[in-house]
Design a protein around this ligand. Structure first.
Ligand SMILES: Nc1ncnc2c1ncn2[C@@H]1O[C@H](COP(=O)(O)OP(=O)(O)O)[C@@H](O)[C@H]1O
Ligand SMILES: [Mg+2]
Length: 229
């Protein structure tokens, strides 16, 4: 897909997903934070990007509005089913911020997405409760013969806590891959919406480090998509 040349652009796989969703039936996992950061990151890479806020709570659309980035609020399953492909035609990348429940909305999003990223807090309870979303993804993959490519990533990891190896064991069946990049628990990530910002736009050492981790996470996910799709 064509993209504007920007100074910040990094080397990305040539085959990119059109619709990227952040999903997990648990609230507070990091979907909205991940979706808004992904939208800002793709926009910074020079892609025309729109975020679809599919969560009735509309936290990401308010944040997108303050960032002056494109967004739409669509939280009805039939409208999502119909509108996501249209938005994918008129933009390079569509980011979807999913709701915090296992609903028809989540199913519509999974049926239309190319890549699904599942943020998960690094507690054993949260890891053990990924079952529902994993089941939904498996069903969507069966219906569509492979897509969406999906992966779990650990979010808000406290220093020196869970190891990736332990996390993999806690993810019961291992049906979906766990990305090797995880996001740390950092105050600058919490502060971003209140400052009408993202870590990519904030000044200081911590936002700079977290920006690099976000880039690494997204590039790892895009490479997985290229390899699996
Ligand atoms: N890596 C992180 N470090 C620190 N705080 C985080 C991190 N990820 C998310 N948060 C905070 O956790 C809360 C829930 O995140 P949010 O993205 O709204 O979750 P969801 O959309 O899944 O409900 C928010 O207050 C957010 O700022
Ligand atoms: Mg949310």
């Amino acid at each position: 897909m064509p993209r504007l040349k920007t100074k910040k652009a990094v080397a990305l796989p040539t085959k990119l997903p059109k619709i990227v969703a952040f999903a997990n039936q648990k609230g507070g996992a990091g979907k909205s934070t991940g979706a808004v950061h992904a939208a800002d990151w793709f926009a910074k890479q020079g892609y025309s990007t729109v975020l679809v806020d599919a969560d009735g709570q509309q936290s990401s659309s308010e944040w997108m509005n303050e960032l002056k980035l494109n967004y739409e609020v669509i939280s009805n399953p039939e409208a999502l089913f119909d509108e996501l492909p249209k938005l994918a035609k008129s933009h390079d990348v569509v980011i979807v911020d999913g709701p915090g429940n296992a609903s028809e909305v989540t199913k519509a999003v999974l049926i239309r997405s190319d890549l699904v990223l599942i943020p998960c807090r690094d507690s054993m309870i949260d890891l053990a409760s990924t079952g529902k979303i994993v089941q939904f993804v498996r069903q969507a993959k069966e219906i569509r013969g492979g897509l969406p490519v999906a992966a779990i990533y650990l979010n808000a990891v406290k220093d020196n806590t869970i190891l990736l190896r332990e996390a993999r064991e806690a993810l019961q069946d291992g049906l979906l891959p766990l990305l090797s990049t995880s996001l740390p628990d950092r105050q600058c990530i919490k502060d971003a919406p209140g400052q009408a910002s993202t870590v990519f736009r904030m000044k200081g050492e911590s936002p700079r480090i977290v920006s690099d981790v976000y880039s690494q996470l997204l590039i790892e996910a895009l490479k997985l998509f290229e390899a699996e799709s």
